[in-house]
Design a binder for this molecule. Structure first.
Ligand SMILES: Cc1cc2nc3c(=O)[nH]c(=O)nc-3n(C[C@H](O)[C@H](O)[C@H](O)COP(=O)(O)OP(=O)(O)OC[C@H]3O[C@@H](n4cnc5c(N)ncnc54)[C@H](O)[C@@H]3O)c2cc1C
Length: 360
């Protein structure tokens, strides 16, 4: 049965007690940019989330959900209600044959979900180890690493409609998954929040090793555990730990170009790193930025990480302006040199489309 908000709902009134005003978001984003949330509250279960949405609707406040804050670029104070997602719970259903269905509440830590699956000897998400953030944000940009994307294993996504409070499931096929994209970043942005995900894992699976040099680094016969450990090791060597240096992982998507553009670039730059993708090629954005001379550069407390040029970092207490300047300069120089437009991966907040308010 579908449940609907009632504006005079006692829960909405109670929610107010858990809402704080003018709260620093520095500890809620991995860049650690220090802007304020007008209102902030934590949702720990579906009921508290519903109550917060009812409150936001009643007071006509826009809402923004933050999980781990590892894929956001907060560039100004965020108006309205920021909801920190801490919905918890994991349950598994072994099915006949090879399948395991793993249902995970959206506020669970993603890496711990991967660890749990590997411990249980379930295949499918081992290559996605050590990606920061929550399980519920993983489908938003269809997280991917080492040749695997979450779309490969998502059976269903449970959502709540921010206006009506309806809670229902949507199949993975209907989520509009694409390279670092889904309907949650597009047409559903602001109207649907993810409350749980259901993964379809395998008791016996095929390991994906043919990406990013994983196979060369495996010692002995590859196993589920050794692939998981290797992914963790490679990532720790290459990527900055957000607890030590503010960052949001890859700052740019790998740009996709057509065959003609690719061939012209390859002729001019034989060491160009690229991969066939659909009808064209995906270019390694890190290579483009590195070769344009940006790796290791530092400006006004922000910079380009010295071990991986795709990662922009915040070394200071700076606000986001210096990072936005650096982004603009990198985009300009890469476009001048290669005729390629880089697109940002993290979501900028506040975003005006993010609203729970439906006036009617
Ligand atoms: C060091 C590092 C390495 C990374 N490596 C990778 C990588 O290999 N591959 C990769 O794909 N990403 C990577 N990322 C990016 C990031 O970890 C992922 O995108 C992750 O899924 C973000 O989760 P989060 O909970 O932190 O999302 P947040 O940053 O909190 O939110 C991201 C966006 O999703 C929205 N959102 C959050 N939760 C929900 C929800 N429940 N329902 C609807 N919308 C929601 C937010 O409003 C925001 O727009 C990396 C980041 C870092 C810092």
């Amino acid at each position: 049965m579908k449940m609907r908000f009632n504006i005079t709902d006692f829960a909405a009134v109670q929610a107010e007690e858990s809402i704080q005003e003018q709260v620093s978001l520095a500890k809620y984003n991995t860049f650690r940019f220090d802007y304020l949330a007008e209102f902030l509250a934590t949702a720990t279960d579906l009921e508290s989330l519903k109550a917060l949405l009812a409150w936001a609707k009643h007071f006509k406040q826009p809402i923004t959900m933050i999980g781990g804050g590892s894929n956001v670029l907060i560039a100004a104070d965020v108006p309205g209600l920021v909801i920190i997602n801490r919905l918890t719970g994991i349950s598994a259903r072994e099915q006949a044959g090879n399948q395991v269905s793993l249902t995970v509440a959206s506020g669970e830590n993603w890496h711990q979900v991967v660890e749990h699956a590997v411990t249980q000897h379930w295949f499918g998400i081992e290559n996605l180890a050590l990606i920061p953030g929550t399980a519920g944000a993983a489908p938003v940009q269809n997280i991917g690493a080492y040749g695997v994307e979450i779309k490969d294993v998502i059976a269903r996504v449970q959502v709540i409609n921010t206006t009506t409070g309806d809670v229902y499931w949507i199949t993975g096929h209907d989520c509009g998954f694409a390279y670092r994209d889904s309907h949650f970043k597009g047409v559903w942005k602001g109207s649907l929040l993810i409350t749980a995900i259901e993964l379809s894992l395998k008791k016996q699976g095929v390991l994906q090793l043919n990406y990013g040099g994983l196979s060369e680094r495996i010692e002995g016969i590859p196993s589920l555990e050794s692939v998981f450990n290797l992914v963790c090791q490679v990532r720790s060597e290459k990527l900055p730990d957000p607890l030590a240096i503010g960052n949001a992982g890859s700052f740019f998507k790998n740009p996709i170009v057509d065959q003609k553009h690719h061939d012209a670039l390859k002729a001019q730059y034989p060491s160009l790193v690229s991969f066939p993708f659909e009808a064209g090629y995906k270019l390694a954005a890190g290579w483009l930025i590195d070769q344009a001379g940006w790796k290791g550069k530092v400006f006004q407390g922000v910079g380009v990480y010295d071990k991986q040029a795709l990662v922009l970092v915040n070394y200071s207490e700076s606000l986001a302006d210096s990072l936005l300047d650096l982004e603009a300069q990198i985009k300009l120089s890469v476009n001048d040199k290669y005729g390629v437009l880089l697109e940002r991966e993290p979501v900028q907040l506040p975003q005006s489309a993010y609203s729970s308010v439906e006036v009617g």
